[in-house]
Write a protein that binds this ligand. Structure first.
Ligand SMILES: [Zn+2]
Length: 344
């Protein structure tokens, strides 16, 4: 993904590291035909906290997730065509199958890139057929064949890829036991990473989420699929020095729910200290009006797309914290989008 340039940094003083970032309001799409559909929002007001009940997970949740991270990292690079890519797909499917959760593979070949991608999705039933998506990307950045030699190195994507896959795999049995208002769909997107080293406006990135959404829209028109009411995207959730930024494309209310869950679980110091827009797999959903939030640790992350994104720079505790925030968000998302609660 890529960060936006439309950000003003406010440094907290001499010697400060990156401080609170404030985004400017982007151009008004009604005034500029070239403007993107989704604007960069301003930060939420942190004093407007929705009172939520903190949801705790078993104390070993993070440690169990970490075992998945280790297994996935041991597969090596995991982008299309690499042995680790196939092994990871099998691993995700096998784990879900063991839990008794049927998963679906959607495999296609991109005509322009002549590359094969695979999304995996799995549903956990709720009282309603309409869905809340919990999603991540499973591919790792390709770090070979780039013209600039410094972009070519061995990359295992412990955080950027494996951490969120692991979190969702470990959250699945918890969600199975939960009384879900909506159907919950776990989605593991392929091809999030840009094939070019640089983002280039996602021209060669977000393959899986774009594909998923196109298929969903077709199915929705034919009445073959229930609606998606909200989406929570997880990306890089296991770094030892965890910081989930306030991602400014994300829907205001979804960000407010995320912040309120961080407050409820006493994780404020790891959430929304910094704010910046980041284009990611939630963007295609936002573009068609589906409320979404990206829980991403990109801003100020020194290991991002470097050889140092390894297990040594990760912490089980970070995965545990993010998972508890996600679980705490769920009742509020259900309230907001299924029971039409009006949060003050
Ligand atoms: Zn990445």
């Amino acid at each position: 993904m890529r960060t936006s340039l439309v950000v003003i940094w406010v440094l907290a003083g001499l010697g400060a590291c990156l401080g609170v970032a404030v985004a400017t309001q982007s151009q008004d799409p009604t005034k500029d035909q070239e403007a993107p559909l989704v604007r960069i929002n301003v930060s939420i007001r942190k004093d407007q906290v929705i009172p939520l009940e903190a949801q705790k997970l078993p104390a070993d949740f993070g440690a169990k997730s970490f075992l998945h991270v280790k297994s996935l990292v041991a597969f090596g690079p995991r982008y299309s065509g690499k042995p680790g890519w196939s092994k990871q797909l099998d691993y995700i499917e096998a784990h879900l199958k063991k839990l008794g959760i049927a998963s679906k593979r959607d495999t296609w070949t991109d005509r322009r890139e002549l590359m094969t991608f695979t999304n995996i999705s799995a549903t956990i039933p709720g009282k309603r057929k309409e869905r809340i998506l919990l999603a991540c990307h499973h591919d790792t950045k390709c770090t070979t064949g780039h013209p600039d030699k410094k972009h070519n190195f061995h990359f295992v994507g412990a955080n950027d890829g494996a951490s969120a896959v692991a979190l969702l795999l470990e959250l699945a049995p918890i969600l199975q036991k939960r009384s879900n208002e909506a159907t919950i769909e776990l989605v593991f997107f392929d091809g999030e990473e840009s094939l070019d080293w640089n983002w280039n406006e996602a021209a060669r990135a977000l393959f899986g989420s774009k594909r998923y959404l196109k298929r969903h829209r077709d199915a929705l028109l034919l009445g073959e699929e229930p609606r998606i009411e909200a989406m929570v995207l997880l990306d890089m959730v296991g770094r030892d020095d965890l910081h989930i930024q306030e991602e400014l494309y994300s829907t205001d209310l979804m960000r407010r729910i995320c912040w309120s869950a961080a407050v409820a679980t006493k994780n404020q110091k790891h959430f929304f200290v910094r704010a910046e827009a980041a284009a990611d797999d939630h963007k295609p959903f936002l573009d068609v009006g589906i409320p979404a939030v990206d829980l991403i640790d990109l801003n100020g992350n020194p290991t991002w797309h470097t050889p140092y994104d390894t297990i040594e720079r990760m912490s089980p505790d970070s995965i545990q914290k993010v998972a508890e925030v996600v679980l705490t968000m769920l009742p509020a998302i259900e309230q907001a989008y299924f029971k039409k609660a009006n949060f003050k």
